[in-house]
Design a protein around this ligand. Structure first.
Ligand SMILES: [Cu+2]
Length: 265
């Protein structure tokens, strides 16, 4: 009877792990953004995550069941019976090499489109490449945003009529946009958790990052690279506006800036 208790002891952990995994989203332990990505690319990334999660769960359940079977079948055995070992079994080795290899190969091909779409500039959506909304410069310990004046394109070198923000990036919702990511000092990481966007900012590089916010609203921006004592302060937000509100906001910013310019003279 004792071995049944041991069996239950080992059984309870995998069962607990499964139950907690299933219930986690209802306790708000799921992904940021109420468990759903707030961008189309983010939804693709979540889909990849769940495909991998399902595969891992199948392997997890398989190994746990195997372990329990071995524990149970061996626990009643007399000590004078030797354990079973295997060595140099080519068929077994081929099986445990080919199956994981095939799974990894499947995942490698399966995620290629999403990866290319996210990271490789030539695979960005055409609309994103056409619409460079701002330059985002990380520095200890804030995000500096530079927008081109309404109707102008963002130039590499700042222009007199450029407009600025700190820690807040205004973008239009429902359309792909690109930002040019830079850092002025150390390495930082531009992280929009609810959009599933994360990109390191590397000294000496200007890295284009595109994203599309599905709905107007505010989305947290944080630094995901420990960059110094004030790392925690690098919290900002992306504010997505309806396209007409966005245009109006840029016009308003432009006029405010012109006013400031006159007052200084
Ligand atoms: Cu940082």
């Amino acid at each position: 009877m004792k071995r049944v208790w041991w069996l239950l002891f080992f059984l309870i952990w995998p069962v607990l792990a499964l139950v907690i995994s299933v219930l986690a989203p209802t306790w708000n332990w799921g992904f940021p953004g109420n468990g759903r990505a707030d961008s189309p690319l983010g939804e693709d990334i979540d889909h990849l995550f769940y495909v991998i999660l399902i595969l891992v769960t199948i392997v997890f359940i398989g190994t746990q069941v195997g372990l329990l079977y071995v524990l149970y079948s061996a626990s009643g055995r007399k000590a004078d019976r030797p354990a079973w070992y295997t060595h140099g079994n080519h068929r077994l080795e081929a099986i445990w090499t080919i199956i994981p290899g095939a799974i990894l190969l499947f995942l490698a091909f399966y995620q290629m489109r999403v990866w290319a779409n996210f990271r490789i500039e030539s695979a960005f959506p055409e609309a994103a490449r056409q619409h460079v909304v701002a330059e985002v410069t990380a520095r200890q310990f804030e995000w500096r945003i530079r927008y081109p004046a309404p109707g102008k394109k963002l130039e590499k070198t700042p222009r007199l009529d450029d407009m600025y923000d700190v820690n807040i990036i205004h973008v239009p919702a429902g359309t792909p946009v690109t930002i040019q990511l830079r850092t002025q000092d150390v390495q930082h990481s531009f992280f929009l958790p609810s959009l599933r966007i994360k990109q390191d900012a590397l000294p000496g590089h200007v890295i284009p990052v595109w994203f599309e916010v599905s709905q107007p609203g505010e989305y947290p921006l944080v630094c995901a690279e420990l960059c110094g004592w004030g790392h925690y302060k690098m919290a900002g937000k992306v504010i997505a506006h309806a396209p007409e509100d966005y245009e109006a906001l840029l016009q308003r910013k432009h006029i405010e800036q012109m006013d400031d310019g006159y007052r200084e003279e």
